[in-house]
Design a protein around this ligand. Structure first.
Ligand SMILES: [Fe+2]
Ligand SMILES: [Fe+2]
Length: 190
């Protein structure tokens, strides 16, 4: 099974609420299945975003199983939160070029660059895009909004919102942990 087939399999088995078919159609018409997950950190290669999304799903379900808490949330909520938390990165990267020194000479290399066309944050942008297609539950909104944890840019500005989210939404904490595990422990560094 390819990553694409696996994503569609988990998606269609678990995400069935109104609008989910339109959301999948939109994803299939976008670069979601080929985009990288970042320009130079984790998953900076073709298909990196798809691999990362599946990786976070695997880490989140393993964490929930380990803690005996899988039944606390619906399988649909688990799939929505994990598979779609970084949907803000759809149509977000473009191919650029950089000159790099190799064996004493300069060579032109293809690199991914950020090309943000709808700048309205990271977790919040994922929530906004998803809400255009499906109605999210409060736990899904809070976990996707807060999934960056202490790395969220609002933290630098002194905002305590992420702490408030973590205090009232355990799924947000677990999604953040799964995101960290998939990004920093499992994915290859570029
Ligand atoms: Fe993210
Ligand atoms: Fe992520």
């Amino acid at each position: 099974m390819t990553d694409r087939e696996r994503f569609i399999d988990i998606y269609t088995k678990n995400i069935t609420r109104e609008g989910s078919d339109k959301l999948l159609e939109w994803l299939e018409g976008s670069d979601f299945f080929t985009a990288p997950a970042s320009t130079r950190y984790h998953g900076a290669e073709e298909g990196g975003l798809l691999r990362h999304s599946l990786g976070v799903y695997d880490c989140l379900t393993a964490l929930l199983d380990m803690r005996g808490e899988r039944s606390k949330w619906s399988e649909e909520t688990i799939a929505v939160s994990a598979l779609l938390h970084d949907i803000c990165k759809v149509n977000f990267y473009r191919i650029g070029y950089r000159n790099v020194k190799e064996n004493g000479g300069w060579v032109r290399k293809e690199v991914y660059e950020i090309d943000e066309k709808f700048p309205c944050g990271h977790g919040e942008k994922s929530v906004i895009i998803l809400q255009n297609f499906i109605r999210l539950t409060p736990d899904e909104i809070l976990s996707i909004r807060g999934h960056m944890g202490g790395f969220d840019t609002s933290v630098k500005g002194g905002d305590f919102m992420i702490s408030r989210i973590f205090e009232r939404c355990p799924l947000a904490v677990l999604l953040h942990m799964a995101d960290m595990e998939a990004s920093y422990l499992d994915e290859e560094r570029a």
